[in-house]
Design a protein around this ligand. Structure first.
Ligand code: SAH
Length: 491
């Protein structure tokens, strides 16, 4: 049976601007055919098993000719695959989406189109330019500034001037002087506000705001390169007032996130929303113990324990998996008190329908142990195999019987260090959410000079570990992701 093709618009670059529907299509794809302008964070959503085909094209010298791209889509669909054709911005706006559908339609291949957020609207928005405003214009025109190889630019500048509307040119960097000259010759005011925005919606976004007459020189002086959007019209005069993107608290900051990939989502997303350039560099991963003999034994003897202690959100999940495997449920915990090291771990418990009896005011092991003052009877500690010694030591000192059950191992991911090594030449912020992320980070970069790294650490123990590796460290006020984000804002 034939497969199908979904044409997906990836948006202008900011991964948050991929649509929900586009994301779902990508997650279910078996083959993804993508362009140069699709950002790495979006490519990271492609399932590991999917085949990826890079047909990225540069203006004028296409890496893969259009006919061949059309053919690839057809062939993969004929193989029965679910194919996603991922294109920058919106697939139908100067994206050749229409051309790509023709061959599919001729061959009876079923297809869908998922529109994307176009750079023509979103890039000006990220530069503080509303493409229309009632005080200034009543129409918007999107024009390609790309001339076919060897051909002249065919733009009716007179007609464009007469509209009085906002003009947005895509693919226009090379033709910028020609475009501005054309509009001036058609009689547009020299002082008409105009802008060019490079790498819009991305952390490296740059903009040049000028007048129609001076824009080519100003863009040249700033060495503006493709991809860039050119905007001509009075609305450009609002750009400084409405410039929200470059005023974000983390604008211009580069942050490496070392959290495990499956949990990094929220931290990465938050930092991106605050304007940071985030490099995901997962250094560790937690793997449930298999077989879970010690945990299974503890589960079978649950009634012996008076307290159950969790030190990370994965703990409750793993514990309840084993509880269910033993044919039991939450009722087996009647009479057992529950302690969680912090609010996220407590949330892990509530996901299992239970409320923590105790959360220390500072979210670390020493504080948890100190808070467990009126503990009577044996404690069951469900945590990582190489957890800190603070809890066991305190229980020992106080003569509280406890069983320390390793529920999961923390393994190093050994990510490819090359991209992060390159970043070390300049000051760079690195988030550490546990001592093991520090070790995983330092081990993966062994031998590298870490003096440019400022470790943003979730708690005291993590910061101490960073210092052991010669990494300067700042510590979040509270051991939560929210507080870590605040700490990054302040450095
Ligand atoms: N289909 C795309 C446009 C493809 S043409 C869309 O809807 O956005 C490619 C042109 O889009 C580039 O030459 C540039 O003008 C513009 N462009 C795409 N992404 C951009 C970005 N992040 N910043 C600035 N311009 C961008």
């Amino acid at each position: 049976m034939n497969g199908n093709v979904i044409l997906v618009g990836a948006g202008p670059g900011d991964p948050g601007l991929l649509t929900e529907k586009g994301r779902r299509a990508l997650e279910q794809a078996q083959v993804v055919v993508f362009d140069r302008l699709v950002s790495p964070a979006i490519l990271a959503l492609i399932p590991a098993e999917a085949e990826t085909i890079d047909v990225g094209k540069e203006a004028s010298h296409h890496l893969v000719p259009q006919e061949q791209i059309n053919r690839i889509l057809l062939d993969k669909a004929l193989e029965g695959k679910r194919v996603v054709r991922l294109k920058g911005g919106d697939p139908f706006l100067f994206g050749r989406g229409g051309e790509e559908l023709e061959l599919l339609e001729e061959n009876g291949i079923s297809f869908q189109v998922i529109p994307g957020v176009t750079s023509a609207l979103s890039v000006p928005a990220y530069a503080g330019i509303p493409v229309t405003h009632r005080d200034f214009c009543s129409s918007l025109h999107i024009i390609t500034g790309h001339a076919r190889a060897g051909a002249e630019l065919h733009i009716d500048f007179d007609a464009l001037r007469r509209t009085g509307g906002t003009l947005v040119f895509l693919m226009g960097v090379t033709s910028l002087p020609r475009i501005c000259r054309g509009l001036l010759e058609a009689g547009m005011e020299r002082t008409m506000p105009a802008a060019v925005i490079e790498r819009g919606t991305l952390p490296g976004q740059r903009k040049v705001i000028s007048t129609l007459e001076a824009l080519p020189e100003a863009a040249k002086a700033a060495a503006i390169k493709s991809p860039a959007v050119i905007v001509v019209g009075k609305v450009c005069s609002l750009s400084d007032r409405f410039d929200w993107f470059s005023r974000l608290p983390l604008a211009g900051k580069r942050v490496v996130v070392t959290r495990p990939a499956d949990r990094s989502g929220s931290l990465t997303e938050r930092l991106r929303c605050l304007g940071a350039e985030v490099v995901d560099y997962p250094c560790i991963r937690t793997v449930p113990r298999e077989p879970a003999a010690e945990l299974d034994r503890a589960v079978s003897e649950l009634s012996r324990y008076r307290w159950l202690v969790f030190t990370s959100p994965v703990g409750p999940r793993i514990f309840f998996d084993r509880l269910r495997a033993a044919g039991k449920d939450a009722r087996a915990l009647a009479g057992v008190k529950l302690a969680a090291i912090g609010p996220k771990t407590a949330a892990g418990l509530s996901a299992c329908g239970l409320t923590a009896d105790l959360i220390p005011s500072t979210y670390d092991s020493p504080s948890l142990a100190a808070a467990m003052t009126d503990v009577e009877g044996p404690v069951l500690l469900c945590r990582a195999s190489r957890g800190s010694s603070a809890l066991p030591e305190l229980f020992q000192k106080r003569g509280i019987p406890f069983t320390d059950v390793p529920c999961y191992d923390t393994v190093y991911e050994n990510p490819d260090p090359a991209p992060v090594r390159d970043l070390l030449a300049e000051p760079v912020l690195v988030t550490f959410t546990s001592a093991s992320t520090v070790r995983g980070f330092a081990e993966s970069l062994s031998g590298a000079d870490l003096s440019s790294v400022l470790g943003c650490c979730i708690g005291r123990q993590t910061a101490e570990e960073a210092k052991k590796y010669g990494i300067a460290a700042v510590t979040a006020k509270e051991a939560t992701i929210e507080s870590l984000v605040e700490c990054i804002k302040e450095v």
